[in-house]
Design a protein around this ligand. Structure first.
Ligand SMILES: Nc1ncnc2c1ncn2[C@@H]1O[C@H](COP(=O)(O)OP(=O)(O)OP(=O)(O)O)[C@@H](O)[C@H]1O
Length: 588
């Protein structure tokens, strides 16, 4: 448990660990000395030997002062390690997050990520500042006191030494219930975090369906489960704590019994007996305190374990050697991929997208079209086969190189809660204001900006919540235009837009894809018909490929799909408009 926490101490703070442990030991020694010195003080007072009493009281004062000093120093060093650990772990987690496959974020809830990065990290901060020391003290102080008592009465000392390991075993058993609940608390809190974020983001949908008033079932359920997990944990830990408290008192009574037995037998003076009873009561004090804190320490141990598990999450192997890219082409060579190991999705995918051409991917919903785009931009690594972009395997390219030559325009546009200008500038952070405006004009962001009182300085809300779907898409196109990468991977989804927005978005896409290498998950019939190559995907396999004319001639799956879609939309392709030029297609 503690090993997991120790593993998280940053290298530059490791040198503080021996100092911290030395201070914990010195604190325990001084605290135990203060307890033990009460014996000669009481003995001298009962004997009426005030000279000795003063002498021992002075030593007692020194021990108490030393306890205060060591306690302070240990807290300061502990806090320093804790804060250093907090900063370093959060940086490591952030760095690690940026190296994980992009696809990982789709499967891991935002609640779980924030719970680890904010909640779990905060938990481990307390280990060195205020949790570890009392728990170590609870072991060290009683041992030192028991050994010290050996010089007063060995039987009492032996009774103390025997009861100590028994109490530690009881404490461990008493905490089993809480330890089991710990993972449940974490899972429930992660889920509740995710649901709260989801609830806030889904307000428009919930209101549209009148599902806000009585509360959102998923959120209510998650909050109830979190509450129950916390209550269960308390109920699970209470019996253990009570049993432990009972055992501690039983040990105290046993010691009192031994001491009184020795005193009534004449083997111990009354003064020594009173002093030993006083020491015995102090001897168990750190144990009680530790029992209260051991759950928090265990919880911090579990938090550290979760952080370490997260840090061990497989990163995308990052190539560091620079590569010289040739022309912007894409080659899939016998690619196989599945989101889970036992369920292959893409199988035997081989195709080439030559520089400056357009490939349209079509096929039924869920057939794996978007997944092919994701693989080309290395959201995930393939299970077998290879994907080359610009003449090099994507795994052999530093991600900056790969993503530098690719513009992604996917359906799920994410905008940061920043100004429109900052959101567009993300495409190329060093772009001039004029370049940002120019990209904005091409994507017709200027039209949006003109309507807003703060213009380009309008803050768009979390995820771009204050803008319409079409407006968000225009900003994402402006971003891609500003980036001006030679390859465009496009998930063309304009069906949800009104005719004006669709026309504007299509014009933006038209600008974006001019003279570029384009792979498009195509929904518009004009895009499909004028692509240089069409790939028809079904259940993760490319079952037909060719130009529109070739595939219609084959009379296979594509021809059937085309017939169906044309009938549904009443779309006609006049022979004169057959051009392999996407400009014309997207304009139409
Ligand atoms: N992150 C993910 N984890 C697990 N399964 C996923 C993930 N993303 C997609 N899938 C599954 O993989 C399959 C293919 O999804 P994909 O999005 O590639 O299909 P698509 O052909 O683009 O569908 P559509 O046309 O409906 O957008 C689907 O069954 C989908 O549920």
């Amino acid at each position: 448990m503690i090993r997991g926490v120790l593993a998280l101490i940053p290298d530059e703070f490791r040198r503080f660990t021996p100092r911290y442990l030395a201070l914990v030991v010195l604190l325990a020694l001084s605290q135990a000395a203060a307890y033990l010195l009460s014996v000669p003080v009481l003995q001298a007072l009962f004997d009426g030997n005030y000279g000795d009493a003063w002498r021992w009281t002075s030593w007692l004062a020194v021990a108490v002062a030393a306890t205060a000093v060591f306690g302070y120093l240990q807290s300061m060093v502990g806090l320093r390690i804790g804060v250093g650990m907090l900063r370093s772990v959060q940086t490591r987690l952030g760095d690690h997050l940026s190296t994980l496959p992009l696809g990982w974020f789709g499967t891991t809830g935002s609640g779980a990520i924030s719970r680890i990065i904010v909640g779990n990290v905060r938990e481990i901060l307390g280990v060195f500042s205020h949790l570890l020391s009392p728990v170590l003290n609870a072991v060290l102080v009683p041992i030192v006191v028991a050994v010290g008592i050996l010089f007063v009465d060995w039987r009492v000392s032996v009774a103390m030494l025997i009861s100590l390991p028994l109490l530690l075993v009881v404490n461990r058993l008493a905490n089993v219930g809480y330890s089991r609940s710990n993972q449940r608390i974490h899972d429930a809190a992660s889920e509740a975090n995710s649901r709260v974020v989801e609830f806030a983001q889904a307000q428009p949908v919930l209101r549209a369906f009148g599902a806000t008033g009585a509360g959102n079932k998923a959120l209510d359920g998650a909050l109830r489960r979190q509450q129950k997990a916390s209550t269960d944990a308390v109920f699970a830990s209470v019996p253990g704590l009570m049993v432990f408290a009972l055992c501690v008192h039983a040990v105290f009574l046993l010691l009192v019994y031994v001491v009184i037995g020795r005193a009534t037998g004449g083997d111990l003076s009354i003064a020594s007996a009173i002093a030993l009873i006083a020491v015995s009561s102090r001897f168990i004090e750190p144990l009680n305190q530790a029992a209260q804190l051991s759950n928090a320490l265990r919880s911090a141990g579990s938090a550290a374990q979760r952080i370490n598990t997260f840090l061990a999450e497989r990163e995308l192997a990052e190539a560091t050697a620079p590569v010289q890219l040739s022309e912007p082409s894409i080659v899939f060579d016998d690619v196989a991929f599945g989101y889970s190991e036992d369920e292959p999705l893409i199988t035997g995918a081989s195709f080439e997208v030559s520089a400056g051409t357009t490939t349209a991917i079509v096929g039924p919903s869920g057939s794996g079209k978007t997944t092919l785009l994701r693989l080309a931009s290395r959201y995930y690594d393939v299970d077998s086969g290879s994907i080359s972009v610009g003449g090099h395997d994507v795994r052999q390219q530093p991600s900056e190189t790969l993503l530098g030559q690719v513009s992604l325009v996917f359906q799920d546009v994410y905008l940061f809660n920043q100004t429109i200008e900052e959101n567009v500038r993300l495409g190329r952070p060093d772009a001039t204001a004029d370049e940002v405006r120019r990209a904005g004009e091409m994507a017709r962001v200027d039209e949006i900006v003109e309507r807003l009182p703060d213009g380009w300085a309008t803050v768009v809300g979390e995820g771009g919540a204050s803008l319409s779907g079409g407006e968000r898409q225009r900003i994402s196109i402006a971003r891609a235009l500003l980036k001006d990468a030679p390859i465009v991977l496009l998930d063309e989804a304009t069906s949800a837009l009104d005719p004006h927005s669709e026309a504007v978005v299509v014009r933006g896409i038209h600008e974006l894809t001019r003279d570029k290498t384009v792979v498009v998950v195509a929904h518009r019939l004009s895009t499909i018909a004028h692509a240089d190559q069409i790939l028809f995907v079904d259940a993760g396999r490319i079952v037909e490929r060719g130009t529109h004319d070739e595939l219609l001639e084959q009379g296979g799956r594509y021809a059937a799909f085309w017939g169906e879609r044309s009938r549904a939309t009443g779309w006609h392709l006049a022979p004169s408009t057959y051009r392999s030029d996407l400009n014309g297609a997207l304009g139409g």
